[in-house]
Design a protein around this ligand. Structure first.
Ligand code: ADP
Ligand code: F6P
Length: 322
């Protein structure tokens, strides 16, 4: 194997650059040239490839986002788009591809594998919704960012005896909300998997007030069926809730920032493993964290279901919010 390509695709996540760097430098170790594809599948279809030297990946380990940029692309979801992508890879003489991204990006990788092109996926998404790995790249950093925000908000909340509604990312998965609620000491957590009705949230906040708490925090994943503005409005009008209500939507700040030590290590190990798996002649695999080890798992299996949340965390959140 002499020449491979690497891309980042879907939502960016902190640690993607560390993974790119690991792919390029592992390639160099094995005498393989690595080409970066700009903007994911969009760049693939446009033939936007360039050689990544060791110097080009210098100084990126600690940078959030992705130097290759990322994109969403509808054309690549079609069989015609996928065949065009395959043609581009062959025209450039590529012998393998590393796709760094979320479950949609991994589905794209699987389609190329099914067309006979050697592909390995690297799971990167702050949502931690990719099956086949205990953690995806970026989750730990996003959690740290959210916890820092919760700590800051709690300071001001308790100074004013306020309850804060805090919306965190998670369009269809409540992992960030649930874990952040435990680590940030929240009173309430509502996720798409276990949604708490607005009336119940009012009751829980009232209870916290009656118990003498000087503040209360409700962490709401963005994927629940009601909007946080609706919720804040409802709670403000509810005569039972003793707290003054405020709303804070954390938004895309959760996706940016320098990767944590955990994410740098995970991304580095996964990037190295991805090249080794390709070099071993395996395709259609994703590198996943299994306990202490990074191992290849079938992409086909990984994208079958969304990674389920460990239900014990809900119980932990309940006990610790008393
Ligand atoms: P993420 O990778 O973060 O989950 P998306 O779901 O938006 O993000 O997917 C990123 C890109 O991957 C899409 O814009 C599309 O180009 C490609 N993709 C997603 N799903 C498929 C699919 N089923 N088949 C082929 N390509 C796909
Ligand atoms: O997939 C990660 C994620 O952060 C989701 O939690 C969120 O809903 C989504 O991306 C938002 O992405 P964008 O604003 O880039 O479309």
């Amino acid at each position: 194997m002499k020449r491979i390509a690497v891309m980042t695709s879907g939502g960016d996540s902190p640690g993607m650059n560390a993974a790119i760097r690991a792919v390029v430098r592992t390639g160099i170790e094995y005498g393989i040239e690595t080409y970066g594809i700009q903007q994911g599948y969009l760049g693939l279809l446009n033939g936007d490839f360039h050689l990544l030297t060791s110097r080009e990946v210098s100084g990126i380990l600690q940078r959030g986002g992705t130097i290759l940029q990322t994109a969403r692309n509808e054309e690549f979801k079609t069989p015609q788009g996928q065949s065009k992508g395959l043609r581009r890879l062959n025209e450039r003489g590529m012998e393998g591809l590393v796709v760094i991204g979320g479950d949609g990006s991994l589905r794209g990788a699987l389609s190329l594998h099914r067309l006979g092109f050697p592909v390995v996926g690297v799971p990167a998404s702050i949502d931690n919704d990719i099956d086949g790995t205990y953690m995806s790249i970026g989750v730990d950093t996003a959690l740290n960012t959210i916890i820092e925000a919760l700590d800051r908000i709690r300071d001001t909340a308790s100074s004013h005896t306020r309850a804060f509604i805090i919306e965190v990312m998670g369009r269809s998965c409540g992992y960030l909300a649930l874990i952040a609620s435990i680590l940030g000491g929240a009173e309430v957590v509502s996720t798409p998997e276990r949604e708490i009705p607005m009336e119940e949230i009012a009751r829980m906040l009232t209870d916290a007030y009656v118990r003498g708490k000087s503040h209360a925090i409700a962490v709401i994943a963005e994927g629940v069926s009601y909007s946080v503005t609706e919720l804040a409005d409802y709670l403000s009008k509810s005569t039972r809730v003793g707290f003054d209500i405020r709303l804070s939507i954390l938004g895309h700040m959760q996706r940016g920032g320098s990767p944590s030590a955990f994410d740098r290590l995970l991304a580095t190990r996964m990037g190295v493993k991805a090249v080794e798996v390709l070099r071993d002649g395996q395709s259609g695999m994703m590198v996943g964290l299994d306990g202490r080890n990074v191992i290849p798992v079938l992409i086909e299996e990984a994208v079958k279901h969304t990674r389920p949340i460990n239900p014990n965390y809900y119980e932990l959140a309940r006990i610790l919010s008393q």
